[in-house]
Design a protein. Structure first.
Length: 316
């Protein structure tokens, strides 16, 4: 669907209407969510969904998250059990994705679910995303709007830099407030954490009154050496660095002397919001070696450390 012209749409009524029409015509539209910018296509249309993989240069058919406007809309496509309903009531709209049994005959493309009998769904907490979902009136499959393996976008400029000429349009809704992708919980069987993200696991466990199982997802190998490279800036990344070595640029956290700092005040929520923008900035600076301050591994820190470990993983 894409040609060399990529429309830059305003988040107003006209922009949303144009974006919805592109989705209806099986096109690709990048739109803001509270976590990162998504690359959206009609989740019921095989050809549209196939274009997502082509645009991202994604080598394999990972299952995608289906974005819907409400819990009621989600219930058209998947089965909610008690735990899923509790989490959805507490955290939707928001940065939580639930993996649930797919409803038979729901009409979701097999390219979205990668042929699984489960589907990942979420209701984003962003007015532009919700306006677009309402205008389109259907489910939107959307991975992050970046080339495969590269840094996720938290602004329309990041999307443009990566996908110009490969997609039909981007709706510019400003910077994403959460800054890391949604937390993914499987509610098929005992509830299990599949990916740390924008809702801290502590908050989910407090809501349920029970710990989540920790399954390894396909992108989270068990040994550090096997970690899939992802979210990767051009430069080599060294973690838990007290200071920068010669030739390294320090990405700081807390009160350290660094050219870039995720949060000088040591606030993990602020650090998550700044993470991908800082990695994009390091690329823009042509940083060839990056040292990153230690980040506490609780609350939003878990999602930050997960992304940083993948950024530091050996490149294929
Ligand atoms: O915040 C987010 O979640 C963003 C915004 C755009 O909503 N989206 C996002 O999508 O991060 P993506 O494609 O980068 O990540 C989707 C993740 C993958 O790790 C995939 O394995 C998992 O969701 N997933 C999707 N369907 C699944 C399923 N049926 N079972 C298990 N995991 C699933
Ligand atoms: Mg992604």
């Amino acid at each position: 669907m894409s040609d060399d012209q990529m429309l830059r749409l305003k988040p107003d009524a006209a922009g949303i209407a144009t974006a919805a029409a592109i989705l209806q015509a099986a096109g690709l539209v990048s739109f803001p969510t509270e976590t990162v910018y998504g690359l959206g296509a009609d989740a019921r249309n095989d050809i549209a969904v196939a274009q997502i993989y082509a645009a991202k240069g994604r080598p394999s058919f990972n299952p995608l998250i289906v974005h819907v406007a409400s819990l009621e809309a989600a219930a058209q496509y998947c089965e909610f059990n008690e735990v899923a309903r509790q989490l959805a009531d507490a955290f939707w709209p928001g940065a939580l994705t639930l993996v649930l049994p797919l409803k038979a005959g729901a009409g979701v493309s097999k390219l979205v679910t990668a042929g699984l009998d489960t589907v990942a769904v979420r209701v984003p907490d962003h007015s532009v995303a919700r306006d677009l979902l309402a205008a389109f009136g259907g489910p939107v499959a959307a991975p992050s709007a970046n080339l495969s393996g590269r840094i996720s976008p938290t602004s329309a400029a990041h999307v443009t830099a990566g996908l110009e000429g490969r997609i039909d349009a981007v709706v510019d809704g400003g910077a994403c407030t959460v800054g890391v992708e949604s937390t993914i919980v499987s509610c098929v069987g005992a509830p299990a954490l599949l990916r740390a993200g924008g809702i801290p696991v502590e908050a989910l466990e407090a809501c349920l009154g029970q710990p989540l199982l920790r399954y390894a997802d396909p992108e989270t190998p068990t040994a550090p050496g096997q970690l899939a490279s992802h979210y990767a800036p051009q430069g080599k990344v060294r973690l838990n660095a007290a200071y920068a070595n010669v030739g390294e640029v320090l990405l700081g956290f807390g009160p350290v002397d660094a050219p870039l700092n995720l949060s000088p005040a040591g606030d993990l929520t602020e650090a998550a919001a700044n993470l991908f923008a800082c990695l994009h900035q390091l690329d823009a600076m042509n940083a060839t070696a990056i040292a990153v301050s230690p980040i506490p591994d609780h609350g939003m820190g878990r999602a930050i450390n997960d992304r940083l470990r993948r950024a530091a993983a050996p490149r294929a």
